[in-house]
Design a protein around this ligand. Structure first.
Ligand SMILES: O=C(O)CCC(=O)C(=O)O
Ligand SMILES: [Fe+2]
Length: 222
């Protein structure tokens, strides 16, 4: 990739938009600082255990609602039983701005109120297999922000976890939004590109990905 050439925004499929260099470095740095705090607790960042005994190679901590395969709960019963940290209002605002910018539709912002964030950390060896984000009871868009090392993000189709798919390079500061007809498309991260992070973000190695989502769950708990 030639870092001197601007990377154009791209619509990979209807509702699936990549906006390179969306988040300025100062905000990336602020988000890295916040992620460092959230990684400590009340629920520590950990490798999620899968029901069949495996563990995910990425490490995850959640805000608002706790995700485990394959449900959302308020407390992290598969970790330490604690209630997860709240999703801060500023991150909700970033989510609104992200949707409005990706869809070039200022009115999209008002309709979007994410209530959870999944924060994933990828070391050089971590990856994520093709999957759908389908534990939400809402078809509102998923907003994805990436910081640190670049990765290959594979965005596929709603029918199968195989081809046709498109590989895009997600770099630090990039925004990817998938909603509308693409909301339930399969996607994954086949590889991270170690050593490509800009130290100015405060993350010297590895990749952070933050996805904002609307769970569609009612808050019946204290
Ligand atoms: O790391 C990414 O870019 C994607 C993460 C993802 O698909 C997920 O958390 O469900
Ligand atoms: Fe996902």
């Amino acid at each position: 990739m030639n870092a001197l050439l601007p990377r154009p925004r791209a619509t990979l499929a209807p509702g699936a938009v990549h906006v390179p260099d969306w988040l300025p470095v100062a905000e990336q740095r602020a988000l890295v600082d916040a992620c460092r705090r959230w990684a400590v607790g009340p629920v520590p960042m950990r490798h999620t255990r899968l029901p069949r005994g495996g563990v995910m190679s990425v490490q995850t901590v959640c805000l608002g609602w706790h995700w485990r395969p394959y449900a959302y709960t308020r407390t992290a019963d598969d970790v330490n039983g604690q209630r997860v940290a709240a999703l801060p209002a500023w991150l909700v605002e970033w989510g609104r701005r992200a949707v409005a910018d990706a869809y070039e539709d200022p009115s999209a912002a008002a309709d979007y109120t994410p209530d959870t964030a999944l924060i994933n950390f990828y070391d050089a060896a971590a990856r994520m297999g093709m999957h759908q984000d389908k534990d939400e009871r809402s078809s509102a868009p998923v907003v994805s922000l990436s910081i640190g090392d670049a990765c290959v993000f594979r965005f596929g189709n709603t029918e199968t976890r195989t081809r046709p798919y498109t590989d895009v390079e997600l770099c630090s500061g990039d925004l990817f939004v998938f909603g509308g007809p693409s909301r339930f498309a399969y996607h994954g991260v086949p590889r991270v590109r170690p050593g490509t992070a800009d130290p100015a973000t405060g993350l010297s190695g590895g990749r952070l990905n933050i996805t904002l989502r609307v769970t569609g769950l009612a808050d019946g708990r204290p």
